[in-house]
Design a protein around this ligand. Structure first.
Ligand code: ATP
Length: 933
């Protein structure tokens, strides 16, 4: 699991962005020291860690769980300002204009609005006066606005506001300069979150530290200022403490409010930027509302018409209709407008419908915020961490990937579109490719957003000339079907030039600040779409990370140093039958074998790692249950691939496919065991098998033992699994040799052989009444199933194949109720044996990289997993230790560094280590239980 967070510390004004990689469920305490040294090398571990104003308990806060999710801002030593717990009566939203998107919490009192940094609500709009107007929130909830002698005036719903306070009607729109503001009262809050899996971090702003009252343990340094500067979301009530409400001068009551204004439908279809920020931080219902077929899909609003009357009629452009969009004007203004456009696209479209790609060599600083968005994660197998092109090589790679996107069939629309930000000069070959992409891309759903620096369109630089300048600046610009041309002396207006080349009326351009957009992107960072499985449209969870190329099972099991003590602890805690298969996008991937009533099929081509996956399954089971609670039967269809697992003390029998006599005897013994269990249970079903309902259960646990919130997990289990009779001698042939070539585990003297628990039994308890003594789980693992059930002519096991198939089929039918489970590995489907057909859950191995698979369960979930390696020789140092690395945004477009786990040619294998520790754990456990107290 990997999460990306920003860490603020003393003396680090801007904070440090880091990536934390750790097994899911790792507590914050494991990385606190590394976080401190990432902020200031050599720095000591902080006394306190805060997420906003909340102090975190490093031992209990887990990485990957809120609030420690992608995009979080952590502060060492000092708290940041949070939104506060107390309800806010109203919020002032900057709906449009050159500094749009701001959301200011109104807590009561009077606040000034103006261009000056001294204003309670600063507004970066050149047409706004330094102190332009004031708002007063009365104790009765009314809001009054008064002009403060501004140069360009204050307008409320198209009517001028003077110095005498005027009441703001619900929905009223204030215009000052090019900006439009509105107030959202507590009653008008958006509906609660409907979509997000993980809550976004709440709004961080710095909390002013009272002079003379430093935080406990805080060094004597100014509080970090970065978030305040970058966030653009503040509450004046908090910052200024709010001035006491000022009643209008005596005899001058505030003017009566005009009637409430209802936004026309057209306006509501296009959320303004402040509404968009609220959608993101509160995961509002309109977040990601537009799918590929939605009426306004891939449309953006560039600003609002400067209508003399009230209202904010949006000026919009549809990317599918125009192909590509160019923005031309002075740098500062086009980047603000481009941020607003990209934020709208990311806020309204889910990553399954939209991919964002960046081509901006040398401009990582300006555009790295896009890297927080889930839309810049590669979802089509692109060879990079993020779809960013910040140097020529990365840009070339992005262009190649875009060129590979295929057109949909004639008449069909693309299901997912790519919007490509193009900013800055590209190398000559890349520019040629880009020109082709601009011409041919839209048909395949690839749309450019091209920025060109020009002077604003003014009388001295008329539209036609400005457009020519833009086209000269950028070869792809000529292919843009629409251009947003910034105009006016201060370039805060925009004129939309459509495909016909005619410029529209000037409108107030929307633009957002770098601080705003960073805040916005961080809020989206931990969100993933709801749904099953990974990939486009799939629901990974917060903190989803690409799968590793290889995965050591013992690390995922958190048994990097596997000791008898650690195993005994596990065995004491284990009651169900979870199998950890490997690592997924979010951490360990487990399969609830106990709840699965049908066989689990491990499938894949030759040399895809099926045998390894089966060994890993056996190892994972052996890590959860001791030999008393679990018996494993290993059956080979061909070869000896399962031999490494045969050393596990839980293995009651290991059958090679060479001797028909033994195979037949084994099949007979297996049927005998089913009968014995049925007798012992006397009609009562084995509890776990019946409680879990049909089908399997799969999911991602968060602690390596599959104890995460399980999907489809059985409930209502009366007792622990296997709390039934334990017995096995009626199937054991005389002489102690079970019906196969080899009984693996050495047995204590006099113990009858059988599958009712291996080796650990000590003095065999007398057969007891059903329910009075443990009956262990029995798991049958079969490798190379096709070779076993339909061996080629001349194969030694051929004569016995029929009896084996019938026995396994009996296990399939009767096993679920008797605590017996079946795991089968085979090649791609061949034939239609009932076993394969009945396998509802499948682990499909992809072939490359080795061990890569997808777990498919009957509930439709598809979980990508890198299956665990267990038979390799892996140095002790190659563990999944938590690491903290500084994020270099400029390099995230590179192919990820591949560091396969080194496997040494000598030393014990992991499965041998596990088997030896398990054998010792079993024998000491036995000694302990035999010692009289
Ligand atoms: N997850 C993995 N990581 C690294 N190496 C692996 C992994 N899984 C398997 N291997 C290696 O790949 C090779 C093939 O694996 P394995 O024998 O498990 O595949 P198989 O699908 O059972 O092959 P066969 O077609 O021979 O039955 C072996 O050398 C094994 O050590």
């Amino acid at each position: 699991m990997q999460i990306r967070v920003t860490v603020l510390g003393p003396g680090v004004a801007d904070g440090v962005d880091v990536a934390i990689s750790a097994p899911a469920g790792t507590p914050l305490s494991a990385v606190v020291g590394s976080l401190a040294s990432a902020v200031s090398p050599g720095g000591s571990a902080p006394g306190a860690v805060f997420c906003e104003d909340r102090r975190l308990d490093p031992a209990r806060c887990l990485l990957g769980q809120p609030p420690l999710v992608d995009g979080a801002v952590l502060s060492l030593h000092r708290p940041l300002e949070g939104p506060g717990a107390e309800p806010v009566p109203a919020r002032l939203l900057v709906a449009s204009g050159p500094d749009a998107g701001g959301v200011h919490l109104l807590r009561g009192g009077t606040a000034t609005i103006g261009r000056s940094a001294d204003a309670d609500i600063p507004l970066d709009d050149p047409d706004v006066s330094r102190l332009h107007c004031s708002l007063t929130l009365g104790s009765d909830g009314t809001i009054a606005v008064a002009d403060l002698g501004s140069t360009n005036g204050t307008w409320l719903d198209g009517r001028p506001v003077r110095e005498r306070p005027v009441l703001l009607p619900p929905g009223g729109i204030l215009r000052l300069g090019e900006s439009a503001l509105r107030v959202l009262t507590a009653d008008e809050r958006p509906a609660p979150p409907a979509l997000a899996l993980g809550g976004p971090p709440a709004l961080p702003t710095t909390r002013p530290v009272e002079p003379g009252a430093p935080e406990p343990g805080a060094p004597d340094e100014p509080p970090p200022t970065r978030v305040q500067r970058r966030v653009g979301l503040g509450g004046w009530g908090r910052r200024s403490g709010g001035r006491p409400p000022q009643a209008p001068p005596a005899g001058e009551p505030a003017e009566a409010a005009p009637a409430a204004r209802v936004a026309p439908a057209e306006e509501s279809r296009w959320p303004d930027l402040a509404a968009l920020l609220l959608l993101a931080v509160e995961s509002g219902p309109r977040l990601w509302e537009r799918g590929p077929d939605s009426p306004d899909a891939y449309g953006v609003r560039l600003g609002t018409a400067q209508s003399p009357a009230d209202g904010l009629p949006p000026v919009t452009v549809s990317l599918p209709a125009v192909g590509s969009l160019g923005l031309a004007g002075p740098r500062e203004r086009i980047t603000g407008l481009a941020r607003a456009v990209l934020a709208q696209l990311a806020g309204l479209h889910p990553p399954s419908a939209l991919e964002l790609v960046v081509l901006a060599p040398g401009r990582a600083e300006e555009w790295s915020w896009l890297g927080w968005l889930p839309h810049t994660r590669p979802a089509r197998g692109q060879d990079c961490r993020l779809l960013l092109g910040f140097d020529d090589e990365q840009a070339a790679a992005r262009l190649r990937e875009l060129a590979e996107i295929e057109r949909p069939p004639a008449g069909a629309a693309p299901r997912r579109r790519s919007v490509v930000l193009v900013d800055g000069p590209l190398s000559a070959p890349a520019a040629g490719q880009l020109a082709r992409l601009a011409a041919e891309g839209p048909a395949a759903g690839v749309h450019l957003l091209c920025l060109a620096e020009t002077p604003p369109a003014t009388p001295s630089s008329p539209v036609a000339e400005t457009l020519d300048a833009a086209r000269a600046a950028h070869p792809a610009f000529a292919s843009c079907g629409a251009v947003g041309l910034l105009s006016g002396a201060v370039a805060t207006a925009v004129r939309l030039v459509g495909p016909d080349g005619r410029p529209g009326q000037p409108a107030s351009a929307d633009a957002v600040s770098p601080a705003w957009v960073e805040r916005f992107a961080r809020a989206l960072a931990p969100l993933r779409e709801d749904g099953a499985g990974g990939g486009p449209g799939g629901g990974a969870a917060p903190g989803a990370a690409p799968l590793p190329e290889s995965c050591r099972l013992l690390d995922v099991l958190e048994l990097s140093r596997v000791t008898p003590g650690a195993l005994r602890e596990r065995w004491a805690a284990g009651t169900e039958l979870p199998v950890v298969l490997g690592v997924g996008e979010r951490g360990p991937v487990w399969f609830g074998l106990g709840e699965a009533r049908d066989p689990l099929l491990v499938e894949g081509g030759p040399r895809s790692g099926r045998t390894e996956a089966l060994n890993a399954l056996a190892a994972s089971l052996a890590a959860t249950h001791g030999p008393r609670e679990l018996s494993l039967l290993l059956v080979e269809g061909a070869g000896e691939g399962l031999a490494p697992s045969a050393e596990l003390p839980q293995v009651a029998s290991y059958l090679g496919a060479t001797d028909p006599v033994r195979i037949r005897a084994f099949a007979q013994a297996l049927r005998g065991e089913l009968k014995r269990r049925a007798l012992l249970l006397g009609g009562t079903a084995f509890a776990v098998g019946t409680a879990g309902g049909p089908g399997g259960a799969a999911g991602m646990g968060d602690d390596g033992r599959g104890r995460g919130e399980g999907r489809g997990r059985g409930e209502g289990r009366a007792e622990g699994p296997g709390r039934f009779g334990r017995f096995g001698d009626e199937i054991a042939p005389a002489g102690g040799e079970l019906a196969e070539g080899r009984v693996v585990a050495p047995r204590s003297g006099g113990e009858p052989l059988g599958w009712g628990g291996a080796q650990d039994a000590g003095p065999e308890p007398a057969m007891r009444a059903p329910g009075s003594a443990p009956l262990p789980w029995l798991v049958v693992l079969v490798d190379d199933l096709p070779a076993l059930v339909s061996p080629p002519l001349g194969a030694p096991g051929r004569q016995a194949a029929g009896s084996m198939l019938r026995a396994l089929d009996a296990v399939r039918r009767e096993g679920p109720a008797l605590g017996v489970r079946l795991v089968l590995a085979g090649g791609p489907p061949a034939g239609d044996d009932p076993l394969r057909l009945a396998s509802a859950s499948r682990l499909l191995l992809a072939g490359a990289p080795l061990g890569r698979a997808e777990l498919r369960t009957p509930d439709g979930a598809r979980t990508p997993v890198q299956t665990g390696r267990i038979t390799g020789r892996i140095p002790r140092t190659a563990t999944l230790r938590p690491t903290v690395t500084r994020l270099d945004w400029a390099r995230l477009g590179d192919p990820p560094a591949r560091r396969p786990v080194r496997e040494l040619g000598n030393g014990p294998t992991d499965i041998a280590l596990l088997a030896s520790a398990a054998a010792r754990a079993a024998s000491t456990r036995e000694t302990a239980s035999a010692t009289p107290v």
